[in-house]
Design a binder for this molecule. Structure first.
Ligand SMILES: Nc1nc2c(c(=O)[nH]1)N[C@H]1C(S)=C(S)[C@@H](COP(=O)(O)OP(=O)(O)OC[C@H]3O[C@@H](n4cnc5c(=O)[nH]c(N)nc54)[C@H](O)[C@@H]3O)O[C@H]1N2
Ligand SMILES: Nc1nc2c(c(=O)[nH]1)N[C@H]1C(S)=C(S)[C@@H](COP(=O)(O)OP(=O)(O)OC[C@H]3O[C@@H](n4cnc5c(=O)[nH]c(N)nc54)[C@H](O)[C@@H]3O)O[C@H]1N2
Ligand SMILES: [Mo]
Length: 816
């Protein structure tokens, strides 16, 4: 989230699109209710299904799964055409006026630089600004230059007329225009819109660009950095934000630093492209501090073994050739190229796409370790469960180890929620039986691996032997000590750079802020963005002061929000270029003549005057936000609508480049995608409040509330196929088939797409062959093994199937 859960109460318009917060985030949804009750906010829901969120919305519009970029580009066209943008904000805080290089173009579905053979944009040199001799970006403040960003954007989105939106998305034109009007009502500086999204946007081959589209809309409206504004990802598990911050992604190290690639053999190579210089006069480019964060991290990882002479143990870090995300791991495993797999708190058999490929892969391992409080489908993948898991155990050689872990409520530690808020939680009970905490299991594993390396040597023992593990009890570290390590501390006395006679930090002192981190090895810190969470004043994650002095939903002394306890990111943008609030109603941080003031922590040092700091977007070299993404997006600087891999229609905008042109398809999956002649129905998958993924089905109460798998379908489809509610149906995709009971409903309405009727079915994700619910075929039997081109999030939300009436599965007939 750019903003926070609490801040949603400040919104005037709430757009839930790409998520279903009432169902999947029922507790956080209270802030939507607050906004409606106390602020008169309008709730708008855009979803293929009439959801529990839609049920309490002021306005609902349907959409075909996988077409949000067309919808949102249509919104941008509307805003630009109607002049409903916050002109002054856009000029001051975005790259609207930046002049893009000659040669940049978009034609027939492709941006400049595409290589047909490599299926990639190999030459992205024109995806950039024109620079002057000093390396400063050229800007036309009058926004007149034909190649300045805003004019290129206008041309780019001009194709997304309301008629084209209706043709692609199936959203009736009048409903689309009503949504546009509601969104546009927040362009005035005294009103704001919040965007709440989750998997309905991320689980697509165009996932990251869905979210970018919304970021662009919020920038045009001046809604970033503003109370009740922002682009707000509603995260899933209680600590998934935390695990992402701490390097869940296969290509990053903690704090979103970058894991080296094998093209960066030396530390000098690695650092060459990472000392980011500002691209506007006087601008801050915060990543100029990269080396301080990186060196402090290496000191935290490797302690005394990381020295200036060995380039801070740079060689200890793995260098990757291609990203090893979950989809890649599954592919390597299925190719029989992997010996073993650790699944710690992950049920990959249920969670990953194309279940059959995953099961085949698990069967080819020598060993599998499941670290989990429960028995999972993954740990039991080799067991025969009739047609629900039709395998021959004798043919599977994989040795499975189950290490019973305690569950979160049986462990102490921190969890970071969607608001970037780090909160401590205490142990509620001891784990049962032989269960052990995750920290203890991993510590034990480290100790044994280390002993083996010490005894036997091996190819490269140094990183394991030298791994820092300075905890009082190395066999079972105290989580508080781990958080201190992540926060960082001074390794020796550090003099004040401003006055060398004074001491800035004494040896051993916990770091108060990442601002004091050093690139000379004098500080250690495991994750720079967390610095400040555990200082000499104590464990900030434990703070529980429930006061909100300004009533803006800030609660500055509750937990610790990274970075620097900032509750709204880019909050400097809540004031105009001169530092004056855009309006009294949305007043948040402002320049009072001598410092930045307001309820939050400002984006930069409070005494830097408005005219000395160019822009609030200090993580960008230009200091402004990007309507045109010069870096970072592998499928283009502007979002573009592409069909899902299982494409329902040929892309009306450019039928020859129907699907995302840079999508990664493994050779083994070349025939894994379906076409509408065989699979004429669009399918999507989703959650139910009554279950949490694949483990609450082990709890009796949840199993009773939602006992079995079903497939939701509209009345038109049911009628055409002679299906009634409660009938057994078979749902088939190019990957496989499942059986489920039909739930015929008015919640999925018939829509027209590109002149033909489009039927949609929805399948909940929770059911499998373990637990107290009725046995079922895992829904991921159906889903395609392909991910978003930026994040590799699987395309779980838009694929093609066929549906027919069928007989009950053998075991269901017996228990029915
Ligand atoms: N009770 C419960 N709560 C949970 C979870 C759980 O398992 N159970 N899981 C947690 C986790 S890990 C996560 S990540 C979150 C997920 O939270 P959500 O993303 O909100 O959950 P989903 O139900 O998967 O999908 C949300 C909605 O996206 C819609 N949708 C599908 N395709 C599209 C599309 O192309 N465009 C648009 N606009 N909408 C589309 C679906 O119809 C569905 O209503 O929930 C968390 N909360
Ligand atoms: N088709 C389809 N597939 C999907 C999705 C979808 O929308 N559609 N959503 C995807 C998403 S967003 C997610 S997050 C995944 C979820 O996939 P998973 O994360 O794999 O599912 P969970 O069942 O939440 O958690 C896995 C295991 O963690 C264990 N666990 C709980 N607490 C602890 C603990 O403290 N320590 C340890 N070691 N284990 C613990 C649980 O017992 C459980 O077995 O599914 C993904 N798959
Ligand atoms: Mo998730």
């Amino acid at each position: 989230m750019t903003n926070s859960w609490n801040d949603i109460k400040n919104a005037d318009v709430i757009l839930i699109m790409g998520g279903n917060a009432a169902e999947a985030h029922p507790c956080g949804f209270k802030w939507v209710v607050e906004a409606k009750a106390h602020n008169g906010a309008k709730l708008v829901v855009v979803d293929p299904r009439f959801t529990r969120s839609a049920a309490v919305a002021d306005f609902y519009a349907p959409i075909r799964p996988g077409t949000d970029i067309a919808f949102l580009s249509g919104v941008m066209r509307y805003l630009l055409g109607a002049g409903k943008i916050q002109q002054e904000y856009v000029k001051a805080f975005t790259n609207a006026g930046y002049i893009v290089k000659e040669g940049f173009k978009f034609e027939d579905g492709l941006f400049a630089g595409y290589d047909e053979a490599k299926k990639n944009y190999v030459d992205r040199s024109t995806w950039d600004y024109e620079f002057d001799e000093q390396g400063m970006a050229k800007v036309d403040d009058t926004l007149q230059h034909p190649r300045c960003v805003i004019n290129l954007l206008k041309t780019h989105v001009d194709r997304y007329t309301p008629e084209m939106v209706e043709r692609i998305c199936g959203t009736p034109k009048d409903k689309f225009l009503k949504v546009c009007e509601l969104i546009a009502s927040t362009s005035t500086g005294d009103r704001s819109m919040t965007s709440m999204y989750a998997l309905g946007w991320t689980q697509h081959t165009t996932g990251a660009q869905n979210i970018r589209s919304m970021a662009m809309i919020q920038l045009l409206l001046g809604n970033i950095g503003i109370p009740g504004g922002g682009v707000n990802a509603l995260r899933g598990h209680s600590n998934v934000q935390g695990i992402t911050d701490l390097a869940l992604l296969s290509t990053s190290t903690p704090g979103y630093l970058v894991l080296p690639t094998d093209r960066e053999a030396t530390y000098a190579d690695y650092m060459k492209s990472r000392r980011f210089k500002p691209q506007r006069p006087g601008q801050t480019s915060f990543w100029q501090n990269y080396e301080k964060f990186f060196v402090s991290q290496q000191k935290s990882f490797f302690g005394a073994a990381a020295t200036k002479d060995n380039d801070w143990a740079y060689d200890y870090l793995p260098k990757f050739d291609v990203p090893y995300d979950a989809l890649k791991i599954i592919d390597v495993m299925a190719a029989g190229q992997m010996n073993g797999l650790f699944c710690q708190g992950m049920n990959i058999m249920m969670a990953g796409p194309n279940k059959t490929k995953i099961r085949n892969g698990l069967s080819k391992l020598k060993w599998l370790v499941s670290i989990d409080p429960l028995e999972t489908e993954t740990a039991r993948f080799w067991e025969n469960h009739g047609e629900f898991n039709d395998v021959d155990p004798k043919s599977i050689q994989t040795e499975v180890f189950q290490l019973p872990a305690t569950a979160f409520a049986e462990e102490e530690g921190s969890a970071t929620n969607s608001s970037r808020l780090i909160q401590w939680h205490w142990k509620a009970a001891e784990g049962p039986g032989e269960s052990r905490g995750d920290i203890q299991i991993i510590s034990d594993l480290r100790a044994r691996l280390r002993a083996l390396y010490a005894k036997e040597g091996g190819a490269f023992p140094d990183p394991i032997l030298n791994l820092a593990w300075n905890y009082s009890d190395p066999g079972n570290p105290d989580p508080a000590e781990v958080l201190k390590d992540i926060n960082g501390y001074a390794l020796e006395d550090v003099p004040d750079p401003a006055d060398p006679a004074k001491l800035l930090l004494r040896a051993g002192q916990l770091l108060p802020t990442f601002g004091v981190m050093r690139d000379d090895g004098k500080t250690s810190g495991g994750c720079w963005i967390y610095t400040g969470v555990y200082t000499e004043a104590g464990n900030m994650a434990q703070r529980r002061n429930a006061s909100d002095p300004t009533g803006k939903g800030v609660y500055p002394n509750w937990g610790f929000s990274w970075p620097a306890n900032r509750r709204i990111l880019y909050n400097r943008a809540s004031a105009d270029a001169a530092g004056k609030p855009w309006s009294e109603r949305k007043k948040y941080m402002w320049w009072n003549g001598s410092k930045w003031t307001g309820p939050d922590v400002p984006d930069y040092a409070p005494t830097v005057p408005p005219d000395k700091a160019v822009g609030p977007f200090i993580m960008n070299q230009e200091g402004t936000a990007r309507l045109f993404a010069r870096t970072g997006m592998p499928d283009g600087p502007f979002p573009e609508h592409y069909e899902a891999m299982d494409a329902f229609i040929a892309n009306p905008l450019h039928p020859k480049v129907s699907r995302n042109p840079v999508v990664r398809v493994f050779a083994a999956d070349a025939k894994s995608f379906g076409t509408p002649d065989k699979f004429p129905i669009v399918a999507t998958t989703y959650r139910l409040t009554e279950h949490f993924h694949y483990w609450t089905k082990n709890a009796h109460a949840n199993a009773v509330l939602q006992p079995e798998l079903f497939v939701e379908m509209g009345e038109r489809l049911a009628k055409a196929k002679g299906i009634q509610s409660g009938d057994w149906v078979e749902v088939t995709s190019q990957r496989g088939s499942i059986k489920a009971k039909a739930a015929v409903t008015k919640r999925i309405r018939p829509i027209m797409v590109d002149g033909k009727p489009c039927d949609i079915v929805g399948v909940p994700i929770h059911y499998g062959f373990i637990g107290l619910t009725r046995k079922a075929h895992p829904v991921n039997t159906l889903t395609p093994p392909v991910g978003d081109v930026s994040a590799q999030t699987p395309e779980f939300k838009a694929f093609l199937v066929d549906v027919k009436k069928t007989t009950p599965p053998a075991q269901a007939a017996a228990t029915a």
